[in-house]
Design a protein around this ligand. Sequence first.
Ligand SMILES: Cc1cc2nc3c(=O)[nH]c(=O)nc-3n(C[C@H](O)[C@H](O)[C@H](O)COP(=O)(O)O)c2cc1C
Length: 325
Amino acid sequence: MGTIGGIKIDGIVLLGPMAGVTSLAYREFMKPFGVALSFSEMISDCAIVYGNKKTEGYFVTSSVDRPVGLQLFGSDPAMSVKAVGILESKADYDLLDLNFGCPVHKVTKTGAGSSFLKDTDRLYRYARAIVMASHKPVTAKIRLGYDLEHVNFRENAAALISAGVSLITIHSRTTSELYAGTAHHDWLKDFGKELSVPLCISGDIFTPEAAIEAMKLTGTSYVMVARGGLGNPRLVTNVNRLYEGKEVLPAPSLQEEVGFARDFMHRLVLEKGESVAAKELRGLLPHFFRGFRGYKKIRNDIATLCFTLDDLEKVVKRVETTGRL
Ligand SMILES: Cc1cc2nc3c(=O)[nH]c(=O)nc-3n(C[C@H](O)[C@H](O)[C@H](O)COP(=O)(O)O)c2cc1C
């Protein structure tokens, strides 16, 4: 059992923040598979301060969900400090994570997300202001640098540590690479061993072997499961099992996948209501059936024919009863 900023963390797999995915329903669904710590999707400081109703849904947590980090993004320390005060009065959470990795232009053009990576002094000042204001431990998520000409994770990590953060997660790509190519874990060789706070490695964790290899190579205490867990919750279990030297579980049968899909579907409907959930599920549900024969057809059917829970249930039922997609 490790600790991050004094919070007990029972395991090595952190569930990566994903905008539009990692709401409470997803985190609660994933937790029993062996998630040690989850993160919310990124939450805008301005939206918190202006009391945006939809945003308030992003910081709902539960006892099952804990320990959980809420992830904040912003550019102006004063605005973010205000947001932290509001989060502390309205939300139950364990850690505050700062987003310095988002590459989306809409975010970086406002000076938020990974635009901080370009200016280590600004990164330090912002992180320091939040650490001073927050009553919860603060963690940070970065990339290797802004582009291949500016790979400055060493300077940025040192600045974040002196600002007082308790964990650094590195997605081992640069901002300009977005999600293309393969993650450069080799650039972080043994980096985790050099730091005085725990490091979490993120990027292309699609198999248990990839997770353990990335941890060993980079010397980190934690590994982040993000895209690889979509429709494949057992990845988390198998990363834990491989880490513990146990045999990994076989790939789930189609029937088991149907069970996972249905469980998640119902949780999302409870959380968001049928019409919002059905819309989001059109993008999320097909992940559960990746790799099975007829996947393309089911993905198409879900995307084009499913507008209600009933529509989705019909597709899932068809898969369940025929054993085919
Ligand atoms: C749809 C999507 C949304 C994401 N949203 C966030 C986010 O809100 N905050 C963040 O720090 N990272 C976000 N990420 C990055 C992931 O947390 C992770 O670092 C990245 O996907 C690399 O890991 P992977 O290749 O194993 O998925 C997002 C990634 C995806 C695919």
